[in-house]
Design a protein around this ligand. Structure first.
Ligand SMILES: NC(=O)c1ccc[n+]([C@@H]2O[C@H](COP(=O)([O-])OP(=O)(O)OC[C@H]3O[C@@H](n4cnc5c(N)ncnc54)[C@H](OP(=O)(O)O)[C@@H]3O)[C@@H](O)[C@H]2O)c1
Length: 277
């Protein structure tokens, strides 16, 4: 009998896909969640909170591999610290961590940087916690998932006028392609920091929003806003992109057409033809 693989964040966008793929690979899976009460068939559920450390000893007990997908807009360094502390006391499992492209290149220095882009600093700090833990580890940096871009586009489209940070570009990737790579890494040997995973194309943010508006039959003016601060400057310079690692296959247009076809917000006639951006 093999020991279960712990997936933190196994209830989230990425983690759910990782869990499904590990199950397909025939592995026993344990999921850590703060509040979930029901797990999918064949999955063990442990409740705990990585921010407080509560329940984490039980979550890591007897696992050889942890896929650490739990995360949020802030505090991922503290989450990593609690996880590492518990794992180091247990069986020193292989810790597989998902970070973000640009974690090491988007400087978060001043007040504005911290308020708007603190996420990058907390991912970088978490990377360092993982790398300095003494545990065998693998860290993968990915670009933004399609789902996140969709959430942003939906939120922006609720405004009568859309303010879009000038010069921002994104390279969205399919979350299931990230999950597939994470599972491959989790079932392999610890590899340290591995090459980035980026989506197949790079788009100006304004184009991503426009294609969403067009696909949902909405009309909104977009106003470009210049964001202050060093982190925003780094993003304008493409520090959140990985053009040499554009290895993802599913495009934003394919994702959007597929998602909107099954969404109540899609136009009655179904998704419209998306622009060639
Ligand atoms: N989304 C992106 O574009 C993107 C890009 C690159 C990297 N990443 C990284 O990929 C990971 C997953 O992202 P996602 O978009 O799938 O996230 P998500 O859908 O927001 O899910 C977050 C997960 O983290 C868990 N979680 C949050 N705080 C926790 C805590 N204090 N203790 C225990 N569990 C906690 C949640 O579980 P419960 O609510 O059940 O407790 C949930 O399963 C994150 O580390 C993120 O930084 C994301």
């Amino acid at each position: 009998m093999t020991s279960p693989i712990l997936v933190t964040g196994g209830t989230g966008t990425l983690g759910r896909l990782v869990v499904a793929r590990l199950r397909d690979a025939g592995r026993d899976v344990r999921v850590l969640s703060r509040s979930a009460r029901v797990a999918p068939a064949g999955v063990e559920l442990v409740n705990g909170d990585l921010t407080t450390g509560e329940g984490i000893d039980a979550a890591v007990d007897g696992v050889d591999v942890i896929v650490h997908c739990a995360g949020g807009p802030k505090g991922d360094d503290d989450k990593a610290r609690h996880l590492v502390r518990a794992a180091s006391k247990a069986s020193s499992p292989h810790l597989v961590y998902i970070s973000v492209v640009g974690a090491d290149r988007v400087p978060v220095v001043g007040r504005i940087d911290r308020a708007m882009f603190g996420y990058f600093a907390s991912k970088r700090a978490a990377e360092l916690v993982v790398a300095g833990s003494g545990l065998p580890f693998t860290t993968l940096r990915a670009t933004q998932f399609h789902e996140l871009i969709l959430i942003v586009a939906r939120a922006m489209a609720k405004r009568p006028v859309i303010p879009a940070p000038a010069g921002f570009r994104f390279q969205p990737i399919d979350a299931d392609e990230v999950a597939a790579r994470l599972v491959e890494l989790a079932l392999g040997r610890p590899a340290g920091l591995v090459p980035d995973l980026g989506g197949p194309r790079i788009y100006p943010l304004t184009d991503l929003i426009r294609s969403y508006l067009q696909a949902t039959g909405k009309r909104r003016p977009i106003v470009r806003v210049r964001m202050p601060g060093g982190a925003a400057a780094a993003i304008r310079n493409g520090s959140n992109l990985t053009p040499d690692r554009a290895v993802g296959r599913t495009t934003w247009e394919e994702f959007l057409a597929d998602r909107l076809a099954s969404s109540p917000t899609a136009p009655a006639t179904g998704p419209r033809r998306l622009p060639e951006e």
